[in-house]
Design a binder for this molecule. Structure first.
Ligand code: 0RA
Length: 645
C-alpha cells in the first residue's frame, strides 16, 4: 500500500489534478473488484479478457477493425491487438492528459466518447477497460496511429509515466493492450484456453466476417486457432447441428439490420426431437432467454399455424401445438438493444418487455415473407410438424387405452427405490446405481438416515433419439423422475427436489461411462436446473485395491496405482487386485471408498458452455455409432471433465 501511495504522489506531480480523481475512482475498483467484474475467481479472471476484447469489437462494429489477435502470454498475461483506428494519441481537451490515459483510467470511459457510433458490444457488466487496468499488476498500451507508435505503461491502474513516442510505425493503425492480472486480487490466475476459444468462436459467429485469432504462447510449441465466419449466425446453427441430420440444405437466415432493434435469426430443422435455442443480446449470451426468445416463439407459432391452415384437407383435422412446431428446431437469435435490462440471479435473461412485441412483429413479418417465397421449405417443416402432432396424439391415445394413470402425475414413489429416512432434502442424497447387484451392495453399505438408492436395470433410453412421449413411457425414466420429485421440462421445480445430491454411480468401464452419459443427457435435456444448480454428481469408485501386509489402500486409476507402486520400497508382500465392477465390492468396501461422505470423492457436473455441451451430447447420442463408441472409449473421462470445468 505504501508503495502505491508513493506512485500516486508521483502521478500527482506529473499530471493535472483531474487525473487524481480518476485514480481514486480506480481505487474503488480494487477495493470492491467483484462489484465491477462479478467475481475474483476464474470467471472474473476471464472477464478481464472479455472487457478488453469488447473495446476492439466496438471498433469492428464501427466498421474500422477486421482482425483481433489474442495471445495468452507466458506468466498468464493477455495481449489483445486490433487493426482499428487506434486510441487517439493527442491530449484530451477536457481531461488535459493523453487520451490513452483517459481511456485507461477513467471509469466507464472505454471508447465511448464519440457519441456518433452505436456501441452495443458492452458486455454483461460493461465496466470498461479501466477496470482491467486497475486489477492488473502491469498493463501496456501500444497504439499505431498517424504514422507513429505510442506507448504508455500502468501498474495497478496508475500510469508509470506519460505516453512515449517509440518512433515511426509501419503505416498500419491499431491498438494493442497487454495486461497481467493482479495475483493478490484473483484467486485463480491461470487462463483456460478452451474458455477463451469458445467465446471467440461465438463472437466470430455473431460478428460475421470479423477474424479472431487466439494463440497460446505459454507452451514452447504455440497453439493457434483463427475463427472467422462470413455466414454469421447461419454458420452458428450449422456448427451446433454438425452431428444431426438436417431436413433441408441451408439454414433459414433472416437479417433485420435497420429496425429499432437490429435483429438476426438463423433457424434449421433436424430429424431429432429436441428444441435448441441460443440467444444473444449485444453479443452477450442470454443463457436463460428472455423477451427476445418469447417474441421469436410467438411469431413462429403464429406464422406456422397460419400456413398450416392452408394445407390440403386430410391432415388438417389434427391440431398442432407450439411444442410440435418446435420439435427438432435449432435457432440462434441475436438482437441489439441500447438499454438492455438483464434479469435473474445470474443476469442471463433479457427483461425489456418492449422487445417481445417488437421481435414478434418484425421477425414474424420477415418469416412470413420468406415462407411465401420458399414454399418447399414450408412443406418440409409442416410435414415434420404434423408428424410430431400425429406421434403425440398416438402416444396419448395409447396411454388412454391402457387406462393406466400416468405414473408421472400420480407422483407415487417407485417400488425399486430404497428411500432414506430423513425428509430434509438439504441433507438427502440419491444414488443412482448401475445394476441390481451393485444396488444390493449399495443398499447395505449406505447410511440409511440420509442416503437413498435407486438401482437401474441396464441402460436408460437415449433421449436424443426419442420424442418426449416415448421417453416418459419408459419405466426406468418414470422411476427416476418420481424418485427425484422435481418434475420435468418447464415444470421442473427445484423446490420439490427430494435430494440435494444426485449421485450417478456406475462401473468404471465403457458401459459405465455410457450409462453416465445417457443419464447426464437426460438431466441436461429435461431437468436442466438440476445441473445448473449443482445437484448432479458422479461417484468415483476405485479401480484397484493395493494390499501391503494387512494394510489396504484403494486407488482410483492407473496413474494412482503406478504412483503408489513406485513409492513402495519392498514390493514382496504386495498384492494388487482390480475391481471389475461395483458388484464385486462388499457393502463395507463400497461405503468406505465411494459412498461415505467423509472418505469418498464426488465429481460435480455442471455446464460452463451450453453450445459445447449440446454438441457433445448430440454427437455422443446421435446417429453415427462408430465415432461414438470410439469417442467414449478413448475420451469419456475427458468429456465429463470438460463439462465439469
Ligand atoms: C477512443 C476514440 C476512438 C477510438 C478508441 C477510443 C479506441 C479504443 C480502443 C481500445 C481497444 N481498441 C481500440 N480502438 C479504438 C475513436 C478514434 C477516431 O475517431 O479516430
Amino acid at each position: 500500500m505504501a508503495e502505491e501511495t508513493e506512485e500516486m504522489k508521483k502521478a500527482e506531480e506529473d499530471y493535472s489534478g483531474s487525473s487524481i480523481t480518476v485514480l481514486e475512482g480506480l481505487e474503488a475498483v480494487r477495493v470492491r473488484p467483484a462489484m465491477y467484474i462479478g467475481s475474483t475467481d476464474i470467471r472474473g479472471l476471464h472477464h478481464l479478457v472479455w472487457e478488453v476484447v469488447d473495446n476492439s469489437v466496438d471498433e469492428a462494429l464501427a466498421g474500422f477493425c477486421s482482425h483481433i489477435e489474442i495471445s495468452i502470454l507466458p506468466g498468464n498475461g493477455i495481449r489483445v491487438t486490433d487493426n482499428g483506428r487506434g486510441i487517439p494519441t493527442d491530449i484530451h481537451p477536457k481531461e488535459k492528459v493523453g487520451t490513452i490515459q483517459v481511456v485507461m483510467t477513467k471509469l466507464h470511459a472505454g471508447g465511448k466518447f464519440n457519441n456518433s457510433s452505436y456501441k452495443v458490444s458492452a458486455g454483461l457488466h460493461g465496466v470498461g477497460v479501466s477496470c482491467v487496468n486497475a486489477l492488473s499488476n502491469k498493463l501496456i498500451v501500444t497504439v499505431r496511429r498517424n504514422g507513429r507508435v505510442v506507448q504508455q505503461e500502468f501498474a495497478r491502474g496508475v500510469p508509470c509515466g506519460p505516453q512515449v513516442d517509440l518512433g515511426e510505425s509501419d503505416g498500419t493503425t491499431g491498438t494493442s493492450v497487454e495486461f497481467y492480472p493482479d495475483d493478490t486480487i484473483f484467486s485463480e490466475t491461470v487462463y483456460v484456453y478452451d474458455t477463451l476459444a469458445t467465446r471467440f468462436r461465438e463472437l466470430a459467429f455473431l460478428m460475421s466476417g470479423l477474424r479472431l485469432t487466439l494463440t497460446d504462447e505459454r507452451t514452447e510449441e504455440k497453439h493457434s486457432e483463427t475463427f472467422c465466419y462470413p455466414g454469421g449466425v447461419s454458420e452458428f446453427v450449422r456448427f451446433v447441428d454438425e452431428h444431426r441430420t438436417p431436413l433441408f440444405q441451408e439454414p433459414i437466415h433472416l437479417v433485420l439490420p435497420d429496425g429499432q432493434y437490429p435483429l438476426e435469426v438463423a433457424m434449421w430443422y433436424n430429424d431429432g426431437y429436441q428444441e435448441n435455442f441460443f440467444s444473444f443480446v449485444n453479443n452477450v449470451n442470454t443463457y436463460d432467454g428472455g423477451t427476445h426468445v418469447t417474441g421469436f416463439k410467438t411469431a413462429l407459432t403464429r406464422v406456422i399455424s397460419k400456413f398450416a391452415q392452408e394445407m390440403p384437407k386430410g391432415k388438417k383435422d389434427i391440431t398442432i401445438t407450439a411444442d410440435d412446431i418446435r420439435e427438432g428446431l435449432t435457432a440462434v437469435i441475436a438482437i441489439k438493444v441500447s438499454q438492455p435490462q438483464f434479469e435473474g440471479q445470474t443476469k442471463r435473461k433479457l427483461g425489456n418487455s418492449e422487445i417481445a412485441g417488437y421481435v414478434a412483429s418484425a421477425f414474424g413479418a420477415k418469416l412470413e415473407e420468406y415462407f411465401q417465397e420458399n414454399p418447399a421449405a414450408v412443406k418440409t417443416i409442416l410435414d415434420k410438424v404434423y408428424n410430431a402432432a400425429v406421434a403425440r396424439e398416438a402416444a396419448h391415445k395409447a396411454r388412454t387405452l391402457a387406462r393406466r394413470k400416468n405414473v408421472l402425475e400420480s407422483g407415487g414413489l417407485p417400488g425399486k427405490l430404497a428411500d432414506c429416512s430423513s425428509r430434509d432434502p438439504k441433507e438427502c442424497e440419491l444414488f443412482i446405481v448401475e445394476g441390481d447387484s451393485a444396488g444390493g451392495s449399495a443398499k447395505m453399505g449406505r447410511n440409511r438416515e440420509f442416503q437413498a438408492i435407486l438401482p437401474l436395470r441396464g441402460k436408460i433410453l437415449n433421449v436424443e433419439k426419442a420424442s418426449l412421449h416415448r421417453v416418459l413411457d419408459t419405466e426406468e425414466i418414470q422411476n427416476l423422475v418420481n424418485a427425484i420429485g422435481c418434475g420435468l421440462g418447464t415444470e421442473c421445480k427445484l423446490e420439490k427436489l427430494r435430494y440435494n445430491k444426485i449421485v450417478i454411480m456406475t462401473d468404471a468401464d465403457v458401459d459405465g461411462s455410457h450409462i453416465q452419459t445417457l443419464l447426464l443427457t437426460f438431466f441436461f435435456r429435461y431437468m436442466r436446473p438440476l445441473i445448473d444448480d449443482g445437484h448432479v454428481f458422479l461417484a468415483m469408485p476405485p479401480l484397484f485395491k493395493l494390499k501391503v501386509g494387512t494394510k489396504e489402500t484403494y486407488l482410483f486409476d492407473e496413474n494412482d496405482k503406478d504412483e503408489a507402486m513406485a513409492k513402495l520400497e519392498d514390493k514382496k508382500n504386495v498384492t494388487v487386485s482390480r475391481f471389475k465392477g461395483l458388484g464385486e465390492m462388499s457393502p463395507e468396501q463400497l461405503s468406505e471408498t465411494t459412498m461415505d461422505p467423509a472418505k469418498r470423492f464426488l465429481k460435480q457436473c455442471y455446464v460452463e458452455d451450453a453450445v459445447a455441451a449440446d454438441q457433445i451430447f448430440s454427437m455422443l447420442m446421435g446417429e453415427d455409432v462408430e465415432p461414438r463408441r470410439k469417442f467414449i472409449e478413448s475420451n469419456a473421462y475427458k468429456v465429463l471433465n470438460d463439462l465439469d470445468v
